[in-house]
Design a protein around this ligand. Structure first.
Ligand SMILES: NC(=O)c1ccc[n+]([C@@H]2O[C@H](COP(=O)([O-])OP(=O)(O)OC[C@H]3O[C@@H](n4cnc5c(N)ncnc54)[C@H](OP(=O)(O)O)[C@@H]3O)[C@@H](O)[C@H]2O)c1
Length: 345
């Protein structure tokens, strides 16, 4: 059994190692399932967890951590009271801390059976980002109230940004997409021909945004870049507008006190998929149905950028951070000889 571990926080390229453990995988307890993982994503949030982020628990000196919160695989065994899942079933898991390993033990209600026809790779990406999309969209609806927009999003070419773009096209949301350079803008225009795209590398990018809004101030911003860019985003916001922050791809910081929040009645709202489990079971079931529908009917929205064996985690991390990447890097484990054909789909 292989497990990616880190014993301290820091640059993932420096602190991650692959541990080979001769012991058998742990047994699932009551209400738990042991999953033999086949594919798991390398999300920016996984890397941020390795580096350490304000607001997240700091790693204790003796603590050994394994990154990863989602993935797909095959049920290996189930706890004594688990009836709905059987060994051999193809499943996706989230939240399942520690998926960068060959096996993970996860609560049975964090396990989603994968429908026929959904590929392993699509299944491995079908929960975190689609569920984040739903949370962002709810925050956006809340922020817009009776206004229809316009709305601005940063890092529009990211996996999440593309999901937001697709949702905007579908719902007629007046969305303006920010990317950081001309190459990113070209990729985004090819993907969504009807949505305006502006590269923040252009000196006049703020004017370009105003042009696209027809001079109307932006009602809400979806931002996952942060840092000094926030000052500009706030300048483009209407009085009473909302900055929805959900990531920190950029470097640097902006002090809250430097923003005219009080004077202009602005709202800053944080969104995290970590809070998704706080939704009641019926709501969670509806959200999972949405994610399954997306995986079945628009799998191209869950694009894989590249695949690496779990042992090549260092190369995978380097690729995940590479500019111009399209989609999500995944880490794979080989299916053992003689395992069911269903798992290989
Ligand atoms: N709050 C939550 O619960 C939650 C859940 C999921 C994701 N997220 C966040 O959402 C963001 C996107 O995640 P993802 O998985 O969609 O990412 P992704 O597919 O890896 O794409 C990230 C893209 O953002 C662009 N980018 C990177 N650094 C940037 C910078 N400094 N300034 C502007 N653009 C930059 C890059 O595109 P180019 O190289 O083409 O410019 C990069 O390919 C991340 O911040 C992630 O942490 C948050």
């Amino acid at each position: 059994m292989r497990t990616v571990v880190h014993t301290r926080q820091g640059d993932p390229a420096q602190v991650l190692t692959v541990r080979e453990d001769p012991d058998p995988p742990p047994s699932p307890g009551t209400g738990q399932v042991l999953v033999r993982l086949l594919v798991r994503p390398v999300h920016p949030g996984d890397l941020a967890g390795v580096e350490g982020l304000p607001g997240l628990p700091e790693q204790r000196p003796s603590e050994v951590r394994t990154p990863g919160v989602e993935g797909m695989g095959v049920v290996e065994s189930v706890g004594p009271d688990v009836r709905a899942l059987r060994p051999g079933r193809r499943v996706a898991v989230f939240p399942a801390p520690g998926t960068w390993a060959d096996f993970v033990v996860v609560a049975a209600d964090h396990v989603v059976p994968v429908p026929e026809g959904v590929s392993d790779e699509t299944a491995a990406l079908m929960l975190v980002n689609p569920l984040t999309l739903l949370m962002l969209y709810r925050a956006l609806e809340n922020a817009l109230g009776e206004h229809e927009g316009p709305v601005l999003q940063t890092a529009a070419g990211s996996s999440i940004g593309r999901l937001v773009g697709a949702a905007a096209v579908r719902h007629g949301l007046p969305l303006i997409n920010l990317v950081r350079d001309a190459a990113g803008a070209r990729r985004m225009r090819d993907l969504y021909t009807t949505l305006p795209v502006v590269a923040t590398g252009d000196a006049d990018w703020r004017e370009q945004v105003r042009h696209h809004t027809g001079g109307r101030p932006v009602r809400a911003v979806l931002d996952c870049v942060g840092g000094p860019l926030v000052q500009d985003l706030v300048t483009l916001l209407a009085d009473g507008g909302t900055l929805i922050t959900y990531g920190r791809l950029g470097s640097g910081t902006t002090a809250l006190e430097e923003l005219p929040l009080v004077q202009r009645g602005l709202t800053v709202r944080g969104v995290t998929v970590r809070h998704w489990t706080r939704r009641i079971p019926d709501e969670r079931a509806q959200d999972v149905a949405f994610a399954l529908d997306l995986a079945q009917h628009t799998p191209d929205l869950l694009e894989v950028a590249a695949r690496y064996d779990l042992a090549d985690v260092e190369a995978a991390v380097e690729h995940a951070r590479r500019p111009g990447k399209s989609g999500t890097v995944v880490l794979t484990s080989r299916q053992p000889a003689g395992a069911g054909a269903g798992a290989a789909r």
